[in-house]
Design a protein around this ligand. Sequence first.
Ligand code: NAD
Ligand code: UDP
Length: 338
Amino acid sequence: MAKILVTGGAGYIGSHTCVELLNAGHQVVVLDNLSNSSEESLNRVQALTGKTLDFIQGDIRRAEDLDQVFNTHQIDAVIHFAGLKAVGESQQIPLAYFDNNISGSISLTQAMQRAGVFNLVFSSSATVYDEANTSPLNETMPTAMPTNNYGYTKLIVEQLLEKLSLADPRWSIALLRYFNPVGAHKSGRIGEDPQGIPNNLMPYITQVAVGRREKLSIYGNDYDTVDGTGVRDYIHVVDLANAHLCALTNRLNATGCRAWNIGTGHGSSVLEVKNTFEQVNGVAITFEFAERRAGDVATSYADNSRAISELNWQPQYDLEDMLIDSWNWQKQNPKGYH
Ligand code: NAD
Ligand code: UDP
């Protein structure tokens, strides 16, 4: 069993990953500045698993915070979730994104090097793929600088981690390219709790369902897709969390830097998501069609065969499970953790 530092562990994907790590018998240390989360998620992680974790409120950009963690704990590997993730906001305050996501990742790897820890799993995104690629997207396809600053930070960090591992063979780095994480832990005790108006489809739908938003705007119904609405590869957050455990096992036994797509390999349209949500949960979602959203592609879904064959990972949950679990979380926690 290993001792894992989870940066951003109080957040949506991090908290679910902490549950899976603790259940698998690992020890967990979380470093999070709580800029987009609350400590309550970690209280619930501990209640759910019946196990304790160490929490340090601190910032990955601060060497002192990182050194404190590495000096206090014998860390075997790091799972790096910490960062900012709102595409629209990244256009308004690019420096905050460059600072948290790029400088933060550099400062983290510097501290890891000081401490002699070289195993890292990084949260990347399908947004790094060149939009000219046709789905299913596989890891050998070209990447391209994304048009938004958030995506830009993900590709920059991928590239600098790759160069780091080329320069120093002690590094072993997994780049996990997430498709669209949704869903929540089966208990409904932890889930996604976005601040303000949600950017993403799933929290928007659940907030309409719970009465916090009036109606869903579906961005575009004239795409070249099955029903004109955008197609994405939704992946249950628990399957995604487990992919991190598989990547850790892989990286503790290898060197170099390698990317894996984490998706189901299946695309669903916005209308299919909305209609299936209504059907499995028995809740109506008021909606309207709106203009296409700038920067959106028609279709994006994964070829996940590399993760399945190399990481010994297999997604367990389908779209219905994701929608049932998202709603279970939201209806139990209409205001999130607050
Ligand atoms: P989240 O906002 O819920 O979690 C991120 C956590 O990092 C938060 O708890 C936040 O407080 C913390 N944090 C932010 N800046 C920090 C800093 N400088 N120092 C310490 N802690 C800091 O987001 P999430 O959805 O759980 O995403 C986790 C990671 O996965 C992010 O890197 C995100 O970019 C990436 N990702 C997310 C998605 C998605 O759709 N959710 C898709 C692809 C990639
Ligand atoms: N979408 C939508 N209305 C919303 C939010 C999203 O129609 O309020 C659509 C969006 O255009 C895309 C899909 O839902 O086709 C998934 O968008 P999301 O922002 O969740 O993820 P993305 O794939 O853009 O990262």
